[in-house]
Design a protein around this ligand. Structure first.
Ligand code: EPZ
Length: 421
C-alpha cells in the first residue's frame, strides 16, 4: 500500500485546476441505463471510484469506454445481460446502489446488494426503498440483496422523504423519469450534483423541474434518448484545495471554482480570516495577516456546510487562535481523522457527534493513517503546514476521490511525494 510523504514547506502560490465532480459522475454514469442510446460524459475525473462504477456497469452488460486519458466516458446500455449489482462491487463503493432506480425504471427489475456499513456509518437504504415503493416497486431483502421489481412499470406519486438523502433523491428522480404520470418528490436533497444530474436527464428528454429546491417534479415519459453532458466542477475537491493556502499561507487560484458551489463553506472561511475572491478563471484564496481564527461548524445538507469538508476544516482549525466546536450531523462516525491529527499535536476532544478543537501554534509531522476518503486528505492538509515530515499511509482511500494530488500540490510549492510500497 502506497503512502504519501509531506514536509511543511511554508506559504503556497500558483494555480490548481479543479476536476469534474466525483459525486456527480457517480450518479450520471448509471443514468445511461435509462436509455438504449449512448450517453457521453466529458470533464470526468480520473478516480478509482469511477473505475469501480465502470466495472459495475460493464458487469451488467453495458458498454463503457474512456477516452482522452479518462476525461471522456462513452457509455451505451442497449442490451444488458444482467440486472444484478454484485456484493463484491457494491461493498467497495456505496454509490453502486445508484443503479437501482434506473434498472427498475427501464427493465422493471433489479437485484442490488445492500452496501453494508463503511468507516463513516451504517449507510442504510431505507429512504431509497421507501421512495421507489411509493412509485409502485415491490422490494424484498433476501441474502443481503434488495430484490426489486415493477412488473407493471412504475407509476408517478407524491412522496415526502423523511430526510433529504442525496442518493435516495438521485435514485427516485432517475426512476420517476420513465414512470407513468407525475411524481412530486418532497424534502428532496438540493446538492449541485443533483442539479447536474437533472440537467443531464433533461438533455436526454426527461421532463423535470424544481432541481436545487426541496421539491422536484417529474413528468414520466415513454423513453429517453442519448446525450452528451459535461460533469460539473467538484465542489469538495475545490473546498479541499482552498484550505491549502488557508493552512499554509500564501495565495492560490483554484481554476474552475465558483462561489455558488461553496457558499456556506466560504462564509466559514471568511469568519476564520481567509479571503476568497471570484476571478474570471476561478477562486483566489489567501489567508489574511496573522493566525486563522476559531469558528464553530455544523454539517448540514446543501446549502449548509458540507459533511464532506468537515475533516478538512478540522485540520485548519487545529492551528486556529481559540477553540472551535464542530458538529457532524450527517454521519454517525465521521471523526476518525481526529486521533490521527492528535498524533500531530492537535488538541481535539470528541464526544459523540461533537468535536471540540483547541488551536495550537503549530502541528508536528508524524506517521498517520488514512481511514476514509476525506480523512485522508485532511491529514495531507495538516502535513502541509506541520513542522517536519508527515507520512500518510493507506492512500488508496485518497485515490478514490482526488486525482493527481501530488502533482496539484507540488504545482503550488508543496513538498510532497508518493512513496510506492
Ligand atoms: C452522498 O452519499 C455522497 N456520496 C457522500 O459523499 C456525502 O457525504 C453524502 O451524500 C452527504 O452529502 C455520493 O454522492 C456518491 P445520504 P449518500 O444518502 O447519498 C442516512 C464522499 O466523501 N441515510 O445523503 O450515501 C445516511 O446513513 C461521500 O464523497 C439513511 O438513513 O448520502 C447518512 O447518515 C461520503 N437512509 C445520511 O442519511 C437512506 O436510505 C446522509 O446520507 C440513505 C441515507
Amino acid at each position: 500500500m502506497d503512502s504519501i510523504l509531506v514536509t511543511g514547506n511554508g506559504a503556497l502560490s500558483g494555480q490548481i485546476p479543479i476536476a469534474g465532480a466525483k459525486n456527480a459522475c457517480l450518479t450520471l454514469m448509471p443514468a445511461t441505463l435509462l436509455s438504449e442510446e449512448p450517453l457521453t460524459l466529458t470533464n470526468a475525473p480520473r478516480l478509482s471510484d469511477i473505475k469501480t462504477m465502470t466495472a459495475l456497469l460493464q458487469s451488467l452488460g453495458a458498454e463503457v469506454s474512456t477516452l482522452q486519458d479518462g476525461q471522456v466516458i462513452a457509455m451505451s446500455s442497449h442490451d444488458l445481460t444482467s440486472h444484478t449489482a454484485d456484493y463484491e462491487i457494491v461493498r467497495k463503493m456505496r454509490a453502486s446502489n445508484l443503479v437501482l432506480g434506473p434498472l427498475l425504471a427501464r427493465f422493471g427489475q433489479a437485484v442490488v446488494s445492500l452496501p453494508g456499513g463503511c468507516a463513516i456509518g451504517a449507510r442504510p437504504m431505507d429512504l431509497h426503498t421507501e421512495g421507489l415503493e411509493a412509485l409502485g416497486a415491490e422490494i424484498e431483502l433476501k441474502d443481503g440483496y434488495l430484490h426489486a421489481s415493477a412488473p407493471r412499470g412504475l407509476t408517478g406519486a407524491v412522496h415526502e422523504m423523511r430526510f433529504a438523502s442525496v442518493g435516495a433523491t438521485e435514485n427516485i428522480v432517475m426512476a420517476a423519469t420513465l414512470a407513468k404520470g407525475t411524481t412530486v418528490l418532497k424534502n428532496a436533497a438540493r446538492e449541485p450534483e443533483i442539479v447536474d444530474l437533472v440537467e443531464c436527464l433533461r438533455k436526454m428528454g426527461a421532463q423535470i423541474s424544481g432541481e436545487g429546491t426541496s421539491t422536484i417534479e417529474i413528468q414520466g415519459v415513454d423513453r429517453l434518448h442519448g446525450a452528451t453532458h459535461q460533469v460539473v466542477t467538484d465542489r469538495i475537491e475545490l473546498g479541499t484545495y482552498m484550505l491549502a493556502p488557508a493552512i499554509c499561507g500564501g495565495e492560490v487560484e483554484l481554476l474552475g471554482g465558483r462561489l455558488s458551489l461553496v457558499g456556506a463553506f466560504v462564509e466559514k472561511l471568511d469568519a476564520a480570516g481567509i479571503d476568497v475572491e471570484e476571478t474570471a478563471k476561478g477562486l483566489k484564496v489567501r489567508r489574511r495577516n496573522g493566525r486563522v481564527q476559531a469558528v464553530d461548524v455544523t454539517t448540514e445538507p446543501f446549502p449548509g456546510f458540507p459533511t464532506d469538508l468537515q475533516a478538512q476544516m478540522m485540520a485548519l482549525l487545529c492551528t486556529a487562535e481559540g477553540t472551535s466546536v464542530l458538529e457532524e450531523k450527517i454521519f454517525e462516525n465521521r471523526f476518525m481523522h481526529a486521533p490521527e491529527l492528535t498524533r500531530m499535536g492537535a488538541r481535539i476532544d470528541v464526544q459523540g457527534g461533537t468535536a471540540t478543537v483547541t488551536g495550537v501554534d503549530r502541528l508536528k509531522g508524524a506517521p498517520v493513517m488514512a481511514t476514509d476518503l476525506r480523512a485522508s486528505v485532511s491529514l495531507i492538509l495538516a502535513g502541509l503546514a506541520a513542522e517536519g515530515e508527515t507520512v500518510v499511509s493507506r492512500v488508496y482511500h485518497l485515490d478514490r476521490g482526488y486525482e493527481h494530488v501530488v502533482q496539484k500540490l507540488e504545482g503550488v510549492g508543496a513538498k510532497i511525494e508518493r512513496i510506492k510500497s
